[in-house]
Structures are given as structure tokens and as C-alpha cells.
Design a protein around this ligand. Sequence first.
Ligand code: NAD
Length: 466
Amino acid sequence: MANLLSIINPATEALIQEMPVDDKAAVAEKYARARAAQPGWAALPLADRIKPILRFRELLVERVDALAALLTSETGKPITQARNEILAVPGRIDFFVENADRVLSLERVYAEPAGALPGMGSLEEVIGHDPLGVIANISAWNYPYFVGGNVFIPALLMGNAVLYKPSEFATLTGGAIADLLHASGIPQDIFIPVIGSGLTGAALLEQPIDGVFFTGSYATGQKIAIATAPKLIRTQLELGGKDPAYVCADANGAVAAAALADGAFYNNGQSCCAVERIYVHTEVYDEFFEAFLATVRGFKLGDPTDSDTYLGPVSRKPQLSVLAEQVTDALAKGATLCCGGQTLDRPGWYFAPTVLTEVNHTMTVMQEETFGPVIGIQRVASDAEAVALMQDTPYGLTAAVYGTERDRAVDILRQIKTGSAYWNCCDRVSPRLPWSGRGHSGLGTTLSQAGLYTFLQPRAWHLRAG
Ligand code: NAD
């Protein structure tokens, strides 16, 4: 009998559905279909690959209500945030479509006339690009439309076939994405969902794929890197973060507080680029702290299907223990609990929004990815102290500085190991800018033109007339 995946609603703990999991034989069959179909897809004119992607864009907007409801049901993401996620994908599609032709065009970089060398014909040197072939897209659950779309949309446009393994915690959404792409005209064998958990993901890596594009935790990312190392294939890893924010002495404390509370608690803190630790200069600390706590206390927690709910349940039950352990560890080492700190006594996997102060770097809450509605705020006496603390984790995804002086913020951010640097903003992603991590936050780049090139391999053409 086939293995079954149970899909649970995090807000009610009710079983939504059981789905058969792809075993090794099913994964191999899907790989073979993709391998056979990919050359034909790559040979199409670019316009024929753009057309179904633009239809997908239309269908996302037309069907946003149903798609958002499905995403909310299996992840507990508040419905307004689910809609926001889906409705931000068209902007990313537009960027990819507008840049696809430029990236795929042949570029003549050198020309030599006939006879330049005695008896030789003319010479051209041309740079071209070929798709990678069949790629695996192993995805996380926290933003399935974003993290999946950053991979499968450019990968398809560039002529690859995609074996798409959604997270086991966003499988229904993964299926809906596949249905929508197929309804838009992407061939069934060019985008193939692969259903299951980590074991299925591992089985996918056993196939002779040409690249793997992974979004998930550092721990799993390491396993992926180890599995693919002997294959020598492109391995892109978008991993976790422990993203710091620093509020300088000259910042407007209240404005920074409102923005950073949102950056820390949006999507219940379950964003790779969520603000995970905050350092505040002592001169602005009181003003900041008061406004921050007031903002957090104002967040509406509850049923994620209500359009005014800001905080729903966390998406995975085991995360409740991780959050409780970080709070317990911090309190044992001298932190002050300002609000929250425990699971809520109601059905669903709810954790009260939690603010800790008097924290320090001996505490796990300031060192390890929290990925939930818990934040530590630490007072600092100087920019130099803030820089040292911001640097003090192995991660490097994003970092933010709030303050009035741009030069000062840029100078601070330059000293931080980070893929994205924010001045007076945070938790922000742009299709025009490269999305990448340093250190334990991963390898490789999505978005921007680099996020198209990453699905291609260059070919050097040396063309001499005979
Ligand atoms: P995860 O590592 O638990 O799982 C990610 C995916 O890997 C899932 O599809 C899972 O089934 C699969 N998987 C698990 N074990 C595997 C194995 N041995 N071989 C192949 N596949 C395997 O991560 P998650 O809980 O889904 O996502 C949360 C993490 O993702 C957080 O750390 C978050 O910061 C990170 N994330 C990073 C970004 C980014 O852009 N850097 C974006 C979103 C999420």
C-alpha cells in the first residue's frame, strides 16, 4: 500500500486530506518523463515559453481567493498575508519575462576579419547559453509562491524541465501551482510535482538531474550539498537566517519600532528574512521599546481565515517546542519576559507573540534561527558594539539599520556579512535585486538577472569561416 502524507490544518489540528507519497519508482518515472520532454521545450522559441507563463500570471490573479484559502488551510498563514504573497508573484513574473530575451541572446564579443592571420577566414567569438536540463526544485512551506516561483518561473523560461517537490507542509498548494501551470499551457512533462517529505526529496536527488535548487533549513541544506557533491551539478541553497536590525542613536524610535515589529512578526516570524534580533542604542532605547511593545500588543491574533487576523498559528507543531525552549533558555540566563512566552490554551498551534529584553549572546534566542513569534531586544552603547553583535552568528541573509544618516548606515552595513542590506526598511525582497545568503544562509542567487543566468550554462562559440 502506498505511503500516505497527512495534511493537517494548523489552526484547528483537523486532518484536511491524506495523499499518496511518491516512492522511488514513481520519482524515477517522473524523472524519465521530464528528461524525454526537456529538449523539445528548450527548442521552442522563447515566445512560446513566455505565453503560458503570462497565462499563469493571469490565472493567479483570477483565482487568488481560492488559492489563498488553500494556502491558509494548510499553513495557517493569515488570509490577507496569503493573498499578498500570491498577488506579489505577477511583479516577479514581469521582471523575468522582460529580461529573458536579453539573457538568452547571443553576444558577439570579438570579430576578426578574413586574412587577419595569413590564410585564415574571419573569426567570431560569441557567448551563448544553454539550459541546465532537468532540475529539481525542493521547496520550503513558508512562502510556497515566492520561494517556488523564484525558481520554477525563470527555470521554465530558460528552457529547463522542473521536478518540483513542494514541502510536505504545503503540498496542496504545490498541487494547485502544478494544476495552474498545466492549465496555462506548460506541458505536463515539463513541470512535474513530486509529492512527499524528506525521503522523497532524497530519492529525487538520486536521479541523474542537472541541478538542484533548494530552499529550506541549514541542516537540510548541508545534506543536499553532501548528496549532490559527487554529481558535480549546480547546487543552489537558500537557507535560514538570524537577521539582525540595529536602531541607531539618531533614529526615530517609534517609526523604527513599528517597522521592526512588522518585520519580526509578519507571517508569524516564519520568514527566512524575518527580523530575528534587535539591537537598540541606549539613547533611543526607551522610546523604541515602548512603541515596539505597544505595536506587538496591538497585533490581532486568531483565526487565520479572518481578513483582519495578523498572527495565526505556527505552521509546524514541533516548532512550538523550539520556541518554548528558546524562551526558557533566555529566562534561565537572565532575560526579562515582556509579553507572551507560551503556547495558547486553544485548539491549533498558537504561540503568544513574545518579546524578551535583557538578552545576550549566550542565549539561543540571539544565536539560533527562531522561525516564530519570538524576538529578543538588546541594548547597545555604540555602533561598534552593534556591529560586533550583528556579526556574531554564522548566518548572513539580511541586516537592517535604522537611522537618519545614510552614510553611517551604509558604513555599518558594509561591515556585516549579509546578502541583503536595508536602510530604514527590512524583510523586503525585490525581483530586480539579487537574493542570496552568505555563510550558513546558503549558496547561489535567485531574482535579478543573476536569477535567470543561474538556470543556464554558458557556451563559448569560436566561429571561424573556412
Ligand atoms: P526543511 O529543510 O525542513 O525542508 C525543506 C525541503 O527539503 C522540504 O521540501 C523537505 O521535504 C525537503 N527535505 C528534507 N530532508 C531532505 C533530504 N534529506 N533530501 C532532500 N530533501 C529534503 O525546511 P522548511 O522547514 O521547509 O523551511 C524552513 C527553512 O527554510 C527555514 O530555515 C527558513 O529560513 C528557510 N528559508 C529560506 C529562504 C531563503 O530564501 N533563504 C526562504 C524561505 C525559507
